[in-house]
Design a protein around this ligand. Structure first.
Ligand code: OOB
Length: 550
């Protein structure tokens, strides 16, 4: 028998909802209404540039309506979930706009995700459809679709739609439907508009339900802080489906303001610098390793980067020294961004003094953001001391979708989200990120759960035990290292373990950067050691040894 389809919800207690409305944070805006409005107000202005394609707001809206009508004609019903994996293409925005128009709910997958992650999203979201690009960066997503189709345990999945050459699947461009059948009413502004993907600090990624009201507020307010206007030209160099280039203020903020979104197929300076010159790009976001690479490449580039106004850096910690190098190398205003797909986003302000911009990760968007920095005992620590960051507010979720156990762990009884980040707060509410309480690896902004990778490796027949840790890395910020105890004498070769892991169908960024074989884990000192302690000890011993060798 098939499982009942769980409703999507994200609920703030009534008194909070009232407060957020009264303060003007929530204005009852919805995505379909916002996008329709953009199409009318900015009709002939350029909304999206991707390769040789250049779409006006009116054209993007028309495309979205066609896709919406086509998806409903396939038999999809408003409220159903659709996993979207379209990389950095114009079709990504057209599809997402189309899903909003049809009342369907996008689930944002990254291009790097493979069958393990995609099937997990389909199952968790009980998705009815998967929309993917045909090929990208040498990978054929139609093959992934075939694998997905062959799985016995994704009963909700009824449709696959492919942008480009659909092969045996429905082609996005060929979808046809009747515009008269599109919803005539806009959705409830407090209903869930889409599902974002969590970094997955423990185990597999969780789904993050964000509402129309809360998300639109977050990028509308971000626009004011970041100075996004109608003449902004914003480059999406990071994966378009990630929360940072989507909404901080990201492409959605730019659409809201009537600016232009330029998609880069790659974040490499070779590709992106030419686009900056050609399109006169003004704003963009990068993760720290890319920002450093760009600063270096800018010294010798022939391209004109003088149109750049603001470079946002976030997703992982930018140290003050790295920040100094970025500022020295690129002719832009630096803005640090410390955000999370669950909600809270902090920015340094464009007019902050240099010490604040170089040395902090900013302060929250909203007066409605409540931030607590607490010790292990849960009590607030004084400003300037390191503690756990907890937060609640008008655009921070109160629960993940269908995760009762994780929800009990990740939220306090009074609704604060436990971010898992260790921070200290400075006067004025500026936060400095110190590290994490959870065991995950922040590999150049890509979040990897140690537990998830350990689970995969433990399934290898020649692996007896494994602990995965983060190791500081000059380029990536952190890299992943797996300490492995082989089963018996037959130690597998490192490339073989990596290839085997790839064969499990996981995103390439989850494959350990380094694999170190050890004879045993020293677990004697404290009797039964927790995995967290074990990881910490292995990491410390490794770093000490490395320091001695240096
Ligand atoms: C962004 O979102 P996620 O959901 O991929 O990751 C959130 C986590 C944070 O909890 C923190 O651990 C880390 O990423 N992080 C940073 C950081 N920005 C994010 N750690 C240190 N310094 C920073 N500036 O990564 C994200 C979402 C929206 C905007 C920007 C980033």
């Amino acid at each position: 028998m098939s499982e009942p389809i769980l409703p999507l919800q994200q609920t703030w207690p009534a008194e909070f909802a009232e407060r957020y409305r009264a303060a003007g944070f929530w204005r009852g805006e919805t995505f379909p209404a916002m996008l329709r409005n953009c199409a009318q107000r900015f009709a002939d202005r350029t909304a999206v540039v991707a390769g040789d394609e250049r779409w006006s707001y009116a054209a993007l809206w028309q495309r979205a309506e066609d896709i919406a009508a086509g998806l409903l004609a396939l038999g999809l019903q408003p409220g159903e979930r659709v996993v979207v994996q379209l990389g950095n293409t114009a079709a990504f925005y057209a599809t997402v706009w189309g899903l909003f128009r049809a009342g369907l709910v996008p689930v944002y997958a990254l291009a790097a995700h493979r069958i393990t992650e995609i099937s997990h999203f389909v199952r968790k979201a009980q998705a009815s459809a998967y929309v993917a690009v045909d090929r990208c960066e040498g990978y054929d997503y139609r093959q992934l679709a075939r694998e997905l189709r062959a799985l016995p345990d994704v009963p909700t999945l009824r449709h696959v739609v492919i942008a480009g050459d659909g092969a045996e699947f429905a082609a996005l461009d060929a979808l046809q439907g009747d515009a008269a059948l599109l919803p005539t009413q806009d959705p409830d502004p407090q209903s869930v508009a889409f599902l974002q993907i969590s970094g997955g600090s423990t185990g597999l990624s969780k789904l993050i339900p964000r509402t129309h009201d809360d998300y639109i507020y977050s990028f509308r307010a971000s626009n004011d802080i970041c100075g996004i206007r109608e003449d902004s030209v914003y480059l999406v160099a990071l994966p378009a489906a990630h929360n940072f280039p989507m909404s901080s203020p990201g492409a959605l903020g730019v659409f809201h303001a009537g600016g232009t979104v330029v998609l880069s197929p790659s974040p490499s300076p070779d590709v992106a610098f030419a686009l900056i010159e050609r399109e006169r790009v003004t704003d963009l976001g990068l993760v720290p390793p890319l920002a450093l690479l760009w600063a270096q490449a800018a010294a010798t580039t022939k391209h004109d980067l003088s149109s750049l106004r603001v470079l946002q850096v976030g997703g992982a910690k930018l140290t003050p020294e790295a920040a100094r190098r970025v500022v020295a190398g690129l002719p832009v205003k630096l803005q640090q961004v410390f955000g999370m797909a669950e909600g809270l986003v902090n920015y340094t302000r464009l007019h902050d003094d240099e010490d604040t911009i170089l040395g902090t990760q900013g302060r929250p968007i909203s007066e409605g953001d409540e931030v607590l920095v607490v010790g292990d005992n849960g009590r607030p620590v004084p400003d300037g001391e390191v503690g756990h960051l907890l937060t609640r507010g008008p655009y921070t979720i109160r629960a993940y979708h269908n995760e009762p156990a994780a929800n009990a762990r990740s939220f306090t009884e009074d609704g604060f989200y436990r971010t898992g980040d260790m921070v200290l707060r400075k006067p004025g509410g500026y936060l400095v990120v110190q590290g994490r309480a959870h065991d995950h690896i922040n590999r150049a902004g890509e979040k990897i759960s140690a537990e998830e990778v350990e689970d995969h490796l433990l399934a290898h027949p020649q692996i007896f035990d494994v602990a995965v840790v983060s190791i500081p890395d000059d380029y990536l910020g952190e890299r992943s290292c797996a300490f492995v105890i082989a089963r018996g004498d037959a130690r597998p070769r490192v490339p073989e373990v990596k290839a085997w892991m790839r064969g499990r169908g996981v995103a390439a960024f989850k494959i350990p950067d380094q694999i170190v074989f050890v004879e045993a884990f020293d677990t004697t000192a404290v009797g039964k050691t927790s995995r967290k302690e074990l990881r910490a000890r292995l990491r410390d011993a490794f770093l000490q040894k490395q320091n001695k060798e240096d």
